[in-house]
Design a protein around this ligand. Structure first.
Ligand code: PHE
Length: 339
């Protein structure tokens, strides 16, 4: 019987070795090692043997079982890893291919122009600052030389909130925060969203974007202001621009100006875009008022500065000849896909 068991085991081993796949091997396993398999048949015959024969036959039977099981396990693992390798070869994804049916988005034109202006000023040593959209009356008005009884408060229709808070009406409060945080000398710009309680029409929005700029140092003059403004404009419009200053009133600058650029459509000759004047109003600016420096903790006897307020929304509209401000916040894909 021992010889029979050994013969059976070695036949099974060579069938296992010859098996070409898991299924073939499984068939051998069931046939030999299964509950009704050939080894189990031998097990049943054990009872008929004498005690001493039974010991030897039992050893042979267990030995055959163990070596067959080991052979199965080894070959099974080999089959499984071969199958896995094959899958890895045939099923792989190129994660860099854009999915079908999705068109990639693009940056909003406001974001694009903001990025451009930020890198321009960054290259000239300006810090880019952020400020809260919910502001205090102090930062939005008082510290900018606009006390409560000042008629200039009516220039900007304000969304008032509870507890003396408001939605900032301009980015100028970031000037105040900048002076307090950085101290003089300083160069900063502050792009951001501002809010005014306006009737909405093609040229007015309750929400729009500005970019504030400020430089504080010793001996800052209007010549410095003009230099930076001209650098800014040639950076945006990619050509030299002619500018002029007109007097303009803003409580936080003295003197205050409106900066005009020569009309790019007619080159200054006069056309419908510039209303025949040859000039287009672009940005307000001026030398920082001593009261504003003081509110920012800076001594006006030692330091002076300039400030400007660029209407980012206006600039985008001019650059792309957009005729209705409401497009910018419409979220309308027909509009956005053009950029
Ligand atoms: N903050 C002003 C406004 O929104 C613009 C401005 C900024 C004017 C800086 C002068 C200097 O009306």
């Amino acid at each position: 019987m021992i010889a029979e068991i050994e013969a059976l085991a070695s036949a099974a081993l060579s069938r296992i070795a010859a098996a070409a796949n898991l299924d073939e091997m499984e068939a051998v396993r069931v046939e030999v090692l299964g509950r009704k398999g050939t080894l189990a048949e031998f097990g049943k015959l054990m009872g008929k043997l004498s005690a001493s024969e039974r010991v030897d036959a039992g050893k042979a039977l267990n030995g055959a079982k163990t070596s067959l099981e080991a052979a199965f396990d080894i070959k099974k693992t080999a089959f499984e890893s071969a199958a896995l390798n094959e899958r890895l070869q045939s099923e792989w994804l190129d994660l860099t291919i854009p999915p079908p049916g999705l068109t990639p988005g693009s940056l909003h034109p406001l974001t694009q122009i903001q990025n451009e202006i930020e890198s321009l000023f960054f290259s000239m040593g300006f810090t880019i600052l952020d400020g809260p959209e919910v502001e205090t009356e102090f930062h939005n008005f008082d510290a900018l030389n606009i006390p409560a009884d000042h008629p200039a408060r009516d220039m900007q229709d304000t969304f008032w909130l509870e507890g003396g808070h408001l939605l900032r009406t301009h980015t100028s409060p970031v000037q105040v925060r900048g002076m307090m945080r950085l101290g003089p000398p300083l160069r900063m710009i502050a792009p951001g969203r501002v809010f005014r309680n306006e009737e909405v029409d093609p040229s007015h929005e309750h929400t729009f974007y500005q970019l504030e700029g400020m430089m504080v140092d010793r001996d800052v003059s209007i010549a410095n202001l003009l230099y930076f403004m001209k650098t800014l404009l040639s950076g945006i419009f990619k050509r030299d621009t002619t500018v002029r200053l007109r007097p303009g009133f803003f409580p936080f600058v003295e003197p205050g100006f409106e900066l005009d650029i020569e009309c790019m459509v007619c080159g200054g000759a006069g056309c419908p875009v510039c209303k025949q004047s040859g000039w287009v109003e672009l940005l307000p600016c001026g030398l920082v008022h001593p009261n504003v420096l003081r509110a920012g903790g800076i001594d006006p006897a030692e330091f002076g500065g300039f400030a400007f307020g660029l209407g980012l929304t206006r600039l985008v509209m001019m650059r792309y000849l957009i005729d209705d401000i409401r497009w910018l916040q419409s979220g309308d894909l027909r509009f956005l896909k053009q950029f």
